[in-house]
Design a protein around this ligand. Structure first.
Ligand SMILES: Cc1cc2nc3c(=O)[nH]c(=O)nc-3n(C[C@H](O)[C@H](O)[C@H](O)COP(=O)(O)O)c2cc1C
Length: 215
């Protein structure tokens, strides 16, 4: 029987068909994700969607920068050095990915990153500049809402650092205030069926390592 639990069904999709996404559906996904909880209902997120010609231009510029190995940066800095616990998880992620899709699959994955997964739409998420971690929690909840809503509507998605590591190519196409920082990008599209990069499902750490319950 098909799994109807969205949380278990969702995984990152990195291979999309050419099919465009209806603008009304994209708006519906954002509206649904806005049901995310946030501190004092502050809703610190904003969303910017690139699709059609805008995204084609961004993709072209991005691929050129990657090919030229142009130095990249993000407006919100990711961990430079992992603490031991997540570091072990990252090591497992690398190992597991190689086991599941092989060295060739990893080359495909990197190639797909360089062309922004050929997704028909990308949502960029911002939060107010120099926000506290509380606001990052809220925007993360909004982003996860987008992933789950996309899944609910038969779409696939991947949140990716790759999508936001050249912020200029995004800012050139939108009116994003200097008071906002680009936090994350989410590529969305219709999954290509039966391709390793749309069927890849990563494991999770054992509950014993994550959870303590006290009765
Ligand atoms: C903040 C963040 C950044 C990510 N960056 C990338 C990326 O640049 N490229 C990529 O292929 N996947 C990226 N991912 C996807 C993760 O690799 C993926 O979520 C993780 O391995 C768990 O797999 P799942 O989403 O399929 O469950 C990112 C995910 C998050 C949450």
């Amino acid at each position: 029987m098909e799994n109807t639990n969205l949380l278990l069904q969702r995984h990152s999709i990195r291979d999309f068909t050419d099919k465009e996404i209806d603008i009304e559906l994209l708006k519906q996904i954002i509206a649904e994700a806005q049901r995310a909880p946030s501190y004092e209902n502050s809703q610190p997120w904003k969303a910017y969607i690139a699709t059609g010609e805008t995204l084609k231009n961004i993709r072209k510029v991005h691929a050129e920068k990657v090919a030229a190995r142009q130095r990249s940066y993000t407006e919100v800095v990711p961990p430079r050095e992992w603490k031991e616990y997540p570091k072990n998880n990252v090591a497992n992620y690398m190992k597991e990915t190689e086991e599941l899709i092989g060295a060739d699959g990893i080359q495909d994955l990197l190639a797909q990153n360089a062309v922004l997964f050929n997704a028909p739409a990308i949502v960029y998420l911002t939060l107010p500049k120099d926000s506290s971690l509380y606001s990052a929690y809220d925007v993360g909840a909004f982003g996860y809402g987008i992933l789950l809503s996309a899944c609910h509507h038969g779409l696939g998605a991947v949140p990716a650092y790759e999508l936001i590591r050249y912020p200029d190519e995004i800012r050139e196409n939108f009116d994003i205030s200097e008071e906002e920082s680009i936090l994350m990008g989410i590529a969305i599209g219709y999954p290509t069926p039966d391709k390793p990069l749309s069927t890849l499902v990563m494991s999770r750490n054992s509950l014993d390592n994550v959870l303590q319950i006290n009765k």
